[in-house]
Design a protein around this ligand. Structure first.
Ligand code: THU
Length: 136
């Protein structure tokens, strides 16, 4: 997957959402990250009866990728098939995604309707002055 086809990435997020473990919220989320290695890393939300230990789909995908050696991503898609409106990443996930993505990286998210939101990491986490802290 060399050229960034956001709809193809979005379809992978939709498939990832099917694995969501959501006995408490019944709100499935799927995420698909396109790595700089041109591999796609997917994730779903994994809930817990303690509620606070729930892991969002986006951070599942980031953790899978980094643990497999990919630390930089070109694009992200998020699918929330149980939502009538597109749902963007939570604040915690925006911070974690920003750690591994350039500000201009494309992000697409959508719910169960054909409506899609196309944005960038920089728009999702503005005034991120320390974005490149720690980067060589
Ligand atoms: N959730 C995500 O996986 N990603 C988001 O960006 C928003 C929220 C999950 C957490 C919880 O399992 C469910 O959606 C409802 O908040």
């Amino acid at each position: 997957m060399n050229n960034i086809d956001m709809e193809v990435l979005y379809q992978k997020a939709q498939i990832a959402a099917q694995a969501a473990y959501v006995p408490y919220s019944h709100f499935r989320v799927g995420a698909a990250l396109l790595g700089d290695d041109n591999k796609v890393y997917t994730g779903c939300n994994v809930e817990n009866r303690s509620y606070g230990l729930t892991i969002c789909a986006e951070r599942t995908a980031v953790t899978k990728a980094v643990s497999e050696g990919c630390r930089s991503f070109k694009a992200l898609a998020i699918a929330t098939p149980d939502s009538a409106v597109p749902v963007g990443p939570c604040g915690a996930c925006r911070q974690v995604l920003s750690e591994f993505m350039p500000l201009q990286a494309n992000v697409r998210f959508g719910g169960r309707t054909p409506e899609r939101v196309d944005t960038t990491i920089g728009e999702l986490i503005p005034f991120d002055s320390l974005h490149d802290l720690g980067k060589a």
